[in-house]
Write a protein that binds this ligand. Structure first.
Ligand SMILES: [Zn+2]
Ligand SMILES: [Zn+2]
Length: 375
């Protein structure tokens, strides 16, 4: 099912030529594989956008589409899709004529190319997320070759101007496309768009000027980080080419769930079990916190769903560092599998209960307590 080209480009029905062109350029820029290395569907999406543009940028096709839709175009012999085009770069060049349509970022034919981003993940525990942690990450990154400092020549050997392109790094050719004749500019294949050729290629990088290296890096995970949050380290990704800046490193932090706590923003919620007699009599219990176990006083007559607040025992806030609270929800456990003796005792006890033993607090229903605990 083909999508509506207006929808694909995100333009209104009455969009004019400039709007359509602008929308397409913006999309193309986002989806170009030199920029978008993470989205495996980028090429398909780009083709879709290119097709939408092909329709809307051509008055006749647009009119047919407006009246009859995609089917109308097919019926009138306007082939759709880009089967005839070959590679992604060909499609791109067909629209933009090669060269360097978007400035340095694309670097076709000699310009600077920005290095790609790298993503790694680290796993930490909830307690580590609370305290913050220095973690070591390891990843493969393309870096500038240190042996030749990136120029691709064995140190001390000459670098010649490329004869094929005369040093411009670009070659032009005329091709026929569905849009008519096009002068295409593409990087010189002899010098790879560098304009220069090392007479003796660097022995370390075979003349590429870049090498893939295992990089180890200490990364400071700040206290209070949440699961799946990312830390961005500018310039720690792949090295750029021809003077382009390096990409960034993204460290995705995975915080392992801790069965003792449920995280709620900067607060932690713990559920503790308390035997019914203890809830009635009052007691002291041990509650796990991120700082170790803590003795907590249980008042006599504590009701199911009661919430005790341990101030400042939650997670620190990323920005201010102030810690949230730990909310302890009391789950009163009713004894099961009673012996005959226990049953008798409980019967006696039950018979002894009076009205005043069972009175509720003013307005605290169990429901209200549970709701408060979860709020
Ligand atoms: Zn080298
Ligand atoms: Zn060349």
């Amino acid at each position: 099912m083909k999508r509506d080209p207006y929808e694909v480009l995100g333009v209104p029905r009455d969009a004019d030529e400039t709007q359509i062109k602008k929308a397409f350029r913006k999309l193309a820029r986002e989806l170009h594989p030199d920029v978008n290395r993470h989205d495996p569907d980028a090429e398909e999406k780009f083709k879709e956008a290119a097709e939408a543009y092909k329709i809307l940028s051509d008055a006749e096709r647009r009119q047919i589409f407006d009246r009859y839709g995609h089917e109308g175009l097919g019926a009138r012999g306007f082939e759709s899709g880009f089967q005839g085009f070959g590679s992604f770069a060909d499609i791109f060049d067909a629209f933009f004529g090669g060269g360097d349509p978007f400035g340095a970022a694309f670097g076709r034919g000699g310009g600077a190319i920005q290095g790609g981003d790298v993503a790694v993940s680290v796993d930490i525990s909830l307690a580590e997320a609370a305290r913050g942690k220095e973690v070591e990450v390891e990843y493969d990154a393309v870096t500038t070759c240190e042996h030749c400092h990136g120029n691709g020549a064995e140190p001390g050997t000459p670098i010649d101007t490329c004869e094929r392109c005369g040093g411009s790094g670009q070659l032009q050719s005329v091709t026929r496309t569905a849009f008519g004749q096009l002068v295409r500019t593409h990087p010189c294949d002899a010098c790879n768009g560098e304009g220069k050729i090392a007479r003796t290629p660097c022995s370390e990088c075979s003349g590429r000027g870049r090498v893939a290296r295992r990089v180890q890096l200490g990364v400071e995970v700040p206290p209070g980080i949440a699961d799946e949050q990312r830390i961005r380290l500018t310039g720690r990704g792949h090295a750029g080419e021809r003077g382009g800046r390096a990409g960034d490193l993204y460290v995705v932090v995975r915080v392992a769930p801790d069965e003792r706590f449920v995280r709620d923003g900067n607060d932690l919620v713990t559920v503790i079990d308390l035997a019914a007699p203890d809830a009635a009599l009052g007691t002291k219990i041990s509650v796990p916190t991120l700082d170790g176990d803590e003795e907590v006083e249980i008042e006599p007559g504590t009701q199911p769903g009661s919430v005790l607040i341990l101030r400042g025992k939650g997670m620190p806030s990323l920005r201010r560092g102030r810690r949230g609270d730990q909310r302890v929800v009391v789950n009163v456990v009713i004894p099961r599998k009673l012996t005959h003796e226990q049953r008798d005792l409980l019967k006696q006890f039950s018979a002894s209960l009076g009205e005043e033993n069972l009175q509720k607090d003013a307005d605290e229903s169990l429901f209200a307590r549970v709701k408060r605990a979860l709020s």
